[in-house]
Write a protein that binds this ligand. Sequence first.
Ligand code: ZN
Length: 501
Amino acid sequence: MNSTLETLKMRLAEVVDLQRASALLSWEQQTYMPSGGAKARSEQLATLQGLAHRLFITDEIGDLINDLKNVSLQWNYDTDEASLLRLVERQYERERKIPSQLVSELASTTALAQEAWALARQNDDYSIFMPHLQRVIELTREQAECFAPYDNLYDPLLDKYEPGMKTSEVQMMFDGMKEEIIHLVHAINSRSDEVDNTILYGKFDIEQQREFGLRVAKQFGYDLNRGRLDETLHPFCTHFSIDDVRITTRFDSEFLPSALFGTMHEVGHALYEQGISPNLDRTGMDTGVSLGVHESQSRLWENLVGRSRPFWNHYFPQLQMFFPDAFSTVSQDEFYRAINRSEPSLIRVEADEVTYNLHIIIRFELELELLSGGLHLNDLPAAWVEKYKDYLGIGPNNYADGVLQDIHWSIGAIGYFATYTIGNLLSVQLFDCARKEIENLDADIAQGNFEALLHWLRENIHCHGSKFTPGELVKRITGNSMDAQPYLNYLRNKYSEIYKL
Ligand code: ZN
């Protein structure tokens, strides 16, 4: 191998190691760390992330990239080498613009803000979190300003999670979807008696829930020799290498869907990370290409597989055996309709497929206003309530179910929410492709056989890691760019059947 490339890879591996060690500390903070550990942990994260950043933006790495650019003209676009150079050059240019000191400060500020958020949420007291959020927003704005000039201050933030995506594109997409979704919500509301989901509330033993969730996870293809499941306030998936991909979930002993679909969702993320080609290990390409594409994988398994009729053909009899008191007299059709009940609600992570994207649009619009300075933090809770009433017809009467419900702002993840909707749209576009290319996909799923689907996802998406941009990847697979229409069609068809619209 080219020795310059070899040196570059060695340097990148060191940066990746530091980032992964930092991710491990974050995972531990959310799973097992006593809250008293927050201050020390914030310092450790600041040190590690600052160090990783300084190591990455060195002149040496810049010189290595430049030296390789001439040689790379002979490399085929699709090769690992050419892809690595494209990605590193892009990231290098981006990161060079941000001072390492700011990276460290954001890391320590958000580690503390996260604890404050958890406490504020527990006590339903926004004032505990507000000063932390103030600081997070100031630093985030400072970070975005490093990328001037831009069309919109929000562009660089969005670009971090969804490379290449512009705020104006998201705005246009959301404006196009909003009306149609609200129309569907109203149509469903007028027939709300069609579906009852009281069977999903009751007593559901947590050990039984865990066992059932793990059974499904393993059958989807999640390798537990290279993964594990823990419990957290806010479920997530994280990885420290291709061979160590962990998920968390949140059990509710009185409401089955939380952990059931939450686990399927995180497994979808984990399958992506576990499926990346080992050749990309420790290069920085060994992770999902964007949050939107990542979310397409979690939503595909959670909704397009997990909330489908074929899936429950296979699993409902098993679920009945796990929870005979709750389901022995319930029909499969009744259960299918219950888990797909659509109703305006306050909590995003528990929202159904129809209303979910309205929760995202609300957050996206609020973030834009916060960043532009048009919305003051004192007025944020009220603005939240107002938007919920506007779009969903209901509003929270406490902070925990309102402005404090998500962890994202506390961890500095501003510019992130839009990727959830991007993921929903892509999940349908990609699943439509898989369905065309895999013979009898529904019949496979109805037998609890996911091999062909996982294989298709591995070949077309997972194995590539971050080799291609999200736009390139979607184009390679679907022949098109991202499009909201297939998703809207899917919603309309599915819910017209369930609600007899
Ligand atoms: Zn997700």
